[in-house]
Design a protein around this ligand. Structure first.
Ligand code: ZN
Length: 89
């Protein structure tokens, strides 16, 4: 997962007000936009997952019967974010 400095938000694909969340793995930093950062700050993971699923569904026009699978993917992404990111305190 190598990305340049112009990477979009890892959760919703937005490029507004990006913040970098470093991990202890070089080159595997995460990026979150201002709206997602706000949810991360208050640890509202359910809202973050909802937001991410809605963004991906809109972006790729995911059929309704694949939304569950998409949600599971997003949930595991958020889980690995919480595991690997060095969250600012
Ligand atoms: Zn975002």
């Amino acid at each position: 997962m190598k990305r340049g400095p112009s990477s979009p938000c890892d959760f919703c694909g937005s490029v507004q007000g990006l913040q970098c969340y470093p991990t202890d793995v070089p080159g595997a930093d995460w990026y979150a936009c201002a709206n997602c950062v706000a949810l991360i700050r208050i640890e509202d993971w359910d809202s973050l997952i909802d937001r991410s699923v809605a963004a991906y569904a809109a972006l790729r026009s995911i059929p309704e019967n694949e939304l569950n699978a998409l949600r599971q993917q997003v949930e595991s992404r958020v889980k690995s974010f919480r595991t690997f990111c060095l969250l600012p305190v």
